[in-house]
Design a protein around this ligand. Structure first.
Ligand code: TXA
Ligand code: MG
Length: 317
């Protein structure tokens, strides 16, 4: 565990707030900031001590590699060996909720703690204006996992970050809730075919339409194809039951589609709305300390990422 900070600064994305956040990053401190997917816990990716503090403050196992957030394609190209798939996908989906894993480029300057010693690096250009403004003000790559204690639900508001990491990080940049609500889709582009390493905020169908080919699926038996994807993750404190058709007394119900539930991911059955609500609703139900049962969510589009996170929330631990 890291040493305790006296107090976590709460910053707004004003010019002063952004300048303060960038100065803290330059000084090697940790700053949580919003992206369109979830809040990230940022550190200067070139500063090994700062990156080590990410692992320490989250209590995260250090074999879990991090995503380097950059301002634009040229900043990504300075870190990784670019290729034709990356070119096509970046043109279609950046800035946005897509992370590309590519071979590290000589002279990249990124701390080996970011890649956990791998020869590849995950890079992404986030879309949320506050994240882009911070990256521009800082002027370098920012390593950032989701800003939650390891194994707990990902944060989609500054209040979630404060509740999980307050007092343990230098600052939180607050720019309201995250619009997408689940983490980025991660694609491996360092192998023979583009591979879906993690379903996320960009549906696989959209990627396949742009690539004109199906994505290879991750080999679950090969730990290197998705390092750090622990099964029990995103876990509320209470137990979670999936695909519930009915609800027992004492269970809190999380719905999808029309019906009467304690909370509903989307009354109209809209998967984008459900993704945006997912972690916030799990945080609210978890605060009540009772078992949670979740109605079925269709396994298509963003439903694939939602169900992936729900299965992790429900996994034995
Ligand atoms: O939306 C997101 O992606 C958020 C926001 C903050 O950008 N970030 C996020 O980071 O979800 P994190 O650390 O929770 O998840 C990063 C995952 C790792 O668990 C690992 O599975 C994968 O990215 N990853 C990172 N580097 C990799 C690499 N070189 N090869 C394969 N997978 C990698
Ligand atoms: Mg995470």
């Amino acid at each position: 565990m890291t040493e305790t900070h006296h107090e976590t600064e709460l910053l707004t994305p004003s010019p002063e707030g952004l300048a303060r956040a960038a100065a803290l990053l330059r000084a090697g401190a940790l700053v949580a900031f919003p992206t369109e997917t979830v809040y990230g816990l940022g550190a200067d990716a070139r500063n090994g001590t700062a990156v080590a503090a990410i692992y320490a403050s989250k209590g995260r196992p250090s074999f879990n590699p991090l995503i380097a957030h950059v301002a634009d394609v040229s900043a990504a190209q300075a870190l990784v060996e670019w290729n034709a798939w990356a070119e096509t996908l970046a043109a279609a989906f950046w800035p946005g909720p897509l992370t590309l894993v590519l071979p590290l480029r000589a002279g990249h300057g990124v701390s080996p703690l970011v890649t956990a010693g791998l020869s590849t690096l995950a890079v992404r250009v986030p879309a949320k204006a506050c994240a882009r403004d911070l990256l521009a003000a800082f002027g370098g790559p920012v390593a950032a996992p989701s800003a939650n204690p390891s194994g707990r639900i990902s944060p989609t508001t500054a209040a979630h970050v404060e509740a999980g990491l307050g007092g343990r990080i230098a600052a939180i940049l607050d720019d309201g809730p995250c619009g997408v609500g689940v983490e980025s889709t991660i694609l491996g582009l360092a192998g023979e075919a583009p591979m879906l390493l993690r379903p996320g905020g960009l549906a696989a169908e959209e990627i396949e339409a742009v690539l004109g080919q199906p994505l290879a699926l991750r080999d679950a038996a090969d730990p290197l194809s998705a390092p750090g994807q622990l099964l029990s993750h995103y876990a509320p404190r209470a137990s979670v039951r999936l695909n519930a058709g009915s609800f027992a007394p004492g269970e809190l119900s999380l719905g999808f589609g029309p019906g009467s539930y304690d909370l509903n991911l989307s009354e109209t059955g809209d998967l984008a709305e459900a993704a945006a609500n997912l972690f916030g609703h799990l945080h609210r139900l978890d605060a009540q300390g009772q078992p949670i049962a979740v109605a079925p969510v269709p396994e298509r589009g963003l439903g694939v990422a939602i169900n992936d996170r729900l299965r992790r929330a429900a996994a034995p631990r």
